[in-house]
Design a protein around this ligand. Structure first.
Ligand SMILES: [Zn+2]
Length: 431
């Protein structure tokens, strides 16, 4: 028996137990801010609940011995200053906001994981050579105002304050006013734009069932899908459901149905990376005894390869036009979202893979079918994501659950990566 080896294993088991207990505690602690009546969490940007959560995070970061500051839009950072004259920063974290009646883990996990990792590193190794920071990004979900990635977008230059002029929430409150109300938006505050970030690492729940189904403990995200969304409006002829013969109809609903089934068939044929969904449909006049004269439906299509996604969508539109023409219907297509796919940093993904192997943690390289702050960071600095399993794939729901042990797996790997990037003498110049 190799005693050194045995000692290490015991220590690692103790560490994992501490990380699991710490993560479970912090997840519950943060979920209190914005707990809603349905046992979920609702922390919309610049609301009182959001502000309370953000202040609590800042206080906790200070308790952990981090230097805490915020910026003009309300991102909060906890910083461990590097000892070497290297002005680059390694950043980890995720978003503080939630959807309406969301869960405890989406976004929150990435923040608490970063806090625990920095706390552990500071206590164990002291100050890093290169500066390390954890961030609670102010907003990602787009649940209050019609804009997503407000926090990461301002850091990277993807968004700026000009864009929100005149933008309102559902209650008619101006974005700018809500921001000022929370104490942000003033030009005298610290500018949000950063040029010192050497890498961004985001831990997040998977929000899917792949890891749990296949028994992988962690997912290393290589790419985030591109998304295109459309609204199609089909116009036919309203008619009496009893007196109009089948052969003389211009039924917008029947036409829409054929298009939707055709879409599903084609999507199944393309490849496994492609997904296409019709999530909303409305009919007019929407009466049981009237042939629908107008039907409107949405299409959400996603793929990791930009060209494949474009080709699919071009093919879809021309097939819809053929169906409309055959049925003598009029088709109108309105594209309203076009997010390009993003390949994350392969060098960082490789490091995560190696760390997982060192710890004997089963892992899987995968694609994220959902959007994340990481896709905003990647064009700005090398970025990687690590997924922990989501029980039954549930997210954006009070039923979201990830076990403390899974959370600990992610944090253990994060600690090692931050150690490599922040404490080891030879900084990776590829970053
Ligand atoms: Zn999220």
């Amino acid at each position: 028996v190799d005693n050194t080896e045995a000692k290490f294993t015991t220590n690692e088991n103790n560490l994992k137990r501490d990380l699991a207990a710490g993560a479970a505690k912090l997840i519950e602690w943060l979920a209190v801010f914005g707990r809603d009546s349905h046992d979920g969490v609702t922390r919309l940007l610049y609301t009182q609940e959001w502000r309370a959560g953000q202040l609590a995070v800042a206080t906790k970061m200070k308790e952990y011995g981090l230097y805490v500051y915020d910026d003009q839009v309300g991102n909060v950072f906890g910083r461990l200053e590097g000892t070497l004259p290297d002005n680059k920063t390694i950043l980890t974290g995720s978003h503080l906001d939630t959807v309406n009646n969301g869960g405890k883990y989406d976004g929150a996990y990435g923040i608490i994981a970063g806090m625990i990792a920095l706390d552990y590193l500071l206590q164990t190794y002291g100050s890093p050579k290169r500066s390390l920071e954890v961030v609670a990004l102010c907003e990602e979900e787009g649940s209050r105002f019609p804009l997503t990635f407000w926090g990461s977008g301002n850091i990277t230059g993807h968004h700026d304050i000009e864009q929100i002029k005149g933008m309102k929430d559902a209650d008619g409150i101006l974005f700018m006013e809500a921001m000022k109300e929370s104490g942000y938006g003033d030009p005298s505050l610290k500018p949000t734009r950063r040029n010192d970030i050497a890498a961004f690492i985001e831990l997040h729940i998977e929000q899917g069932i792949l890891l749990e189904r296949r028994g992988y403990r962690l997912g290393i995200v290589e790419a985030i899908v591109g998304q295109k969304r459309f609204t199609f409006t089909i116009t036919g002829e309203t008619g009496h459901a009893g007196t109009t013969p089948m052969t003389l109809r211009k039924d917008a609903m029947a036409g829409a149905s054929e298009m939707i089934l055709q879409l599903e068939k084609t999507a199944l044929r393309v490849d496994k990376q492609l997904v296409a969904t019709v999530g909303r449909i409305t009919a007019e006049p929407n009466a049981a005894n009237v042939i629908p004269g107008k039907v409107t439906f949405t299409v959400d299509a996603r793929h990791t390869v930009e060209n494949d996604l474009n080709q699919f969508c071009i093919g879809m539109i021309s097939r819809f036009q053929e169906i409309a023409a055959t049925r003598e219907l009029h088709l109108d297509c309105h594209p309203w979202m076009d997010e390009k796919p993003v390949q994350l940093n392969d060098n960082l993904a490789g490091k995560l893979e190696q760390i997982c192997q060192n710890h004997d943690i089963s892992h899987h390289r995968m694609v994220s079918g959902a959007g994340h702050d990481s896709q905003i960071f990647q064009p700005h600095c090398p970025t990687v994501m690590l997924f922990v399993p989501s029980h039954r794939g549930i997210s954006h729901s009070p039923l979201e659950f990830t076990s403390p042990e899974s959370m600990a797996d992610g944090i253990l790997v994060l600690i090692d990566l931050l150690y490599q990037l922040g404490y080891e003498e030879n900084f990776d110049e590829n970053l």
